[in-house]
Design a protein around this ligand. Structure first.
Ligand code: NDP
Length: 251
């Protein structure tokens, strides 16, 4: 399908029916919109994040909209150690037996400053939350992804993860790392499994992170997260089976 544009994708109403999908950073911003969109198309969601009340609000919105019963996993990706990941995998195995979708969405912006002024601790925290945590979560959940008949893993990239830009420091480097992680995983699994690994670049979107990166910008200048969901649904559902190692723009 050479002319196919994922931004114009029109998902079937029950596109994700019966699928079990975990979204990180599901309590706000793009992650919350993706969780709502996946649930609205029939998926059972595991909402992972660090702030219980935000996850509970998304949980309640999904139920109020008539979506399947979601689950909540309160995990701070900056601090989580092995046991938190083992417990999560064990609970998913016990409750669902498999995982059909994983959206790595949680991230932090970190310091917007020249590299020569970057604090080492702040650098490490951004690399940890944005990149290392995605690696660890993927590794721990691989057996459950392998248990799915058609699993999709989506990593969240950025324009500054494809071309470096001044003052984006650790955030930009973490997003280059995410693109690399997705490519390596795609290459390692291309022939042997039914799991696909792709990246999405949301583009400038009206969220707390965007406000913090561009405080002078009018919020209306950027689309709401709900308006950029077509590529997320495309990559998460069966219409993208066989698509792997790609990096897709939402805008
Ligand atoms: P937000 O800052 O609005 O939301 C980020 C989410 O990640 C929040 O739910 C936050 O939880 C969660 N999170 C942050 N740190 C942790 C942690 N330590 N443990 C668990 N969860 C955590 O960002 P966006 O929605 O804007 O961004 C979503 C993704 O899209 C990110 O990967 C971002 O890099 C990417 N992106 C965004 C763009 C934009 O213009 N908005 C442009 C390009 C890429 P909490 O609310 O509890 O803090």
């Amino acid at each position: 399908m050479p002319d196919f544009d994922p931004r114009l994708y029109q998902p079937a109403r029950q596109l994700l029916a019966g699928r079990v999908i975990l979204v990180t950073g599901a309590g706000s911003g793009i992650g919350a919109a993706a969780a709502r969109a996946f649930a609205a198309h029939g998926a059972t969601l595991i909402l992972l994040g660090r702030t219980t009340r935000k996850l509970e609000a998304v949980h309640d919105e999904i139920l109020a909209a008539g979506g399947p019963q979601p689950a909540i996993a309160v995990i701070d990706l900056a601090r989580a150690q092995g046991p938190a990941y083992f417990d999560l995998a064990a609970q998913l195995r016990a409750n669902y037996g498999r995982l059909d979708g994983l959206l790595h969405n949680a991230a932090i912006l970190g310091e917007r400053t020249p590299i020569e002024h970057n604090d080492v601790g702040a650098w490490q925290q951004v690399l940890h939350v944005n990149l290392t945590a995605a690696f660890v979560l993927t590794r721990e959940l691989m057996p459950l992804l392998r248990a799915s008949a058609d699993a999709s893993v989506i990593f969240t990239s950025s324009g500054v993860g494809r071309r470096g830009r001044a003052y984006w420091g650790a955030y930009a480097v973490s997003k280059f790392g995410i693109e690399g992680l997705a490519q390596v995983l795609a290459d390692e699994t291309r022939d042997a499994t039914r799991i696909r690994f792709n990246c999405i670049n949301p583009g400038g979107t009206r969220t707390a992170m965007r406000r913090s990166a561009y405080p002078a910008e009018l919020p209306e200048a950027r689309p709401e997260p709900a308006a950029i969901m077509a590529p997320y649904l495309y990559l998460m559902g069966p219409d993208s089976t066989g698509v792997t190692g790609q990096s897709i723009d939402c805008q």
